[in-house]
Design a protein around this ligand. Structure first.
Ligand code: ATP
Ligand code: MG
Length: 367
């Protein structure tokens, strides 16, 4: 798929811009703090419904304005579609082909994109939340039903947490929520395990292409809830919650369940969060993201849009060559950001269109 047009209105530092990107490689060049990341963030927003930089949507609206929007025309295998995202002070509204989409679960995962940025290293060394975010975003790209189960789980979790904090709570009040949670947790866990198993296979094909292999890479769900994949059942989940009901009541918090899951990524049996070097971490991140691209193409039959934000500040020659070989040489729409000097030294002769971004204005550079 590719964007044939993109319009931003009062989005971050863009007042009103419109561009018709090339279906191939688009370079976004400009000095620091001009809006390059803001632009790729806007594309990412249309695919997953949230920014990769902030969870507060109002930060995306241009300072001093009440409302901002991102509108894209997208060419899919099945035809053309219009995606619109409107962000106001306290609300978000989404539209596909002019019709409002009430639930975010019906909006996300339609415009498929995979982004790369220097902050991705947090995927290896950062808190479990970083890995869960990656997991959930791309599990829903591959199976759009996933986000519905996850939302059901989080709604019930929110209600149970509120109840646990109330002074009049007792075990009988908690049990109905445990029943709903057990049901949703099973769906979430099964889909997460399935996604990670597919991803692990891809990573083991990709990683050796640019890094010395010190053994098999494992990408596994780490859960404090289900001890092993064969234990993922509603009865088991409800039993665990029942056994811990007093502990949760005294802690006044939901202690067990998929909201505490993590991904354990290991090479040759060693946990990468503790042991991976900087270079290994970069290679792992690259392999994970390239693995996601490959899975999307296999399972959704669409080529995702690739967003490469400032990746050249982080990559060495070997990994850069792998990225070019695996991403740029294929028939995909790619947005690459960087400063002029940084991009000039790279082999980006495949670039089809160059955009100059300066203080929230975009102009096409003709070579
Ligand atoms: N809501 C907003 N309204 C107006 N301007 C904003 C808003 N949010 C961020 N900005 C401005 O956008 C600019 C940052 O843009 P961006 O992060 O896209 O820069 P960049 O071109 O990617 O720079 P770098 O090369 O350093 O990564 C900053 O000047 C910031 O002040
Ligand atoms: Mg930037």
């Amino acid at each position: 798929m590719h964007l044939s047009s993109l319009k931003l209105c009062n989005y971050r530092n863009f007042r009103s811009v419109a561009l018709n990107p090339n279906p191939g490689v688009n370079l976004l060049i400009g000095k620091n703090a001009q809006g390059k990341t803001n632009l790729v963030e806007a594309v990412n927003l249309l695919s997953c419904g949230r920014s990769f930089r902030t969870s507060r949507a109002r930060e995306l609206v241009c300072w001093g304005e009440k409302q901002g929007s991102v509108v894209a025309e997208v060419v899919l295998n099945s035809g053309q579609a219009n995606f619109t995202f409107i962000i106001a002070e306290k609300s978000k509204q989404t539209f596909i082909n002019g019709a409002q989409v009430k639930s975010l679960s019906d909006f996300v995962g339609r415009l498929l994109s995979v982004s790369f940025s220097p902050t991705d290293l947090w995927l290896i060394k950062g808190a479990p939340e970083m890995r869960r975010r990656f997991l959930d975003r791309h599990a829903s790209d591959l199976d759009p039903a996933f986000i519905g189960h996850l939302m059901t789980y989080h709604r019930a979790l929110h209600n149970k947490a509120k109840l646990l904090r109330s002074p009049s709570v007792n075990e009988n009040g908690i049990r109905p929520w445990n029943h709903i949670l057990a049901k949703a947790a099973v769906q979430v866990a099964k889909m997460r395990i399935h996604f990670l198993s597919d991803l692990q296979d891809k990573v083991n094909l990709i990683y050796p292409q640019f890094a010395a292999t010190e053994g098999r890479v494992k990408v596994e769900l780490k859960t404090n809830f289900f001890k092993a994949p064969q234990e993922v059942s509603e009865a088991y989940a409800e039993e665990v919650l029942e056994k811990n009901i007093r502990r949760e009541l005294s802690a006044q918090a939901c202690l067990l369940g998929p909201h505490r899951d993590d991904i354990e990524i290991s090479i040759g049996g060693r946990n990468s969060r503790s042991f991976a070097s900087q270079g290994q971490s970069r290679s792992l991140v690259l392999a994970l993201k390239l693995g996601v691209i490959s899975l999307i193409e296999e399972l959704r039959g669409e080529r995702p849009i690739v967003l490469l934000d400032d990746v050249y500040s982080e990559l060495d020659k070997e990994r850069e060559a792998a990225l070019h070989k695996l991403v740029l040489s294929q028939n995909r729409q790619v947005f690459v950001t960087g400063t002029d000097a940084m991009l000039k030294t790279r082999d980006l002769s495949k670039a089809h269109q160059i955009w100059q971004i300066e203080n929230g204005e975009i102009t096409e550079l003709l070579e």
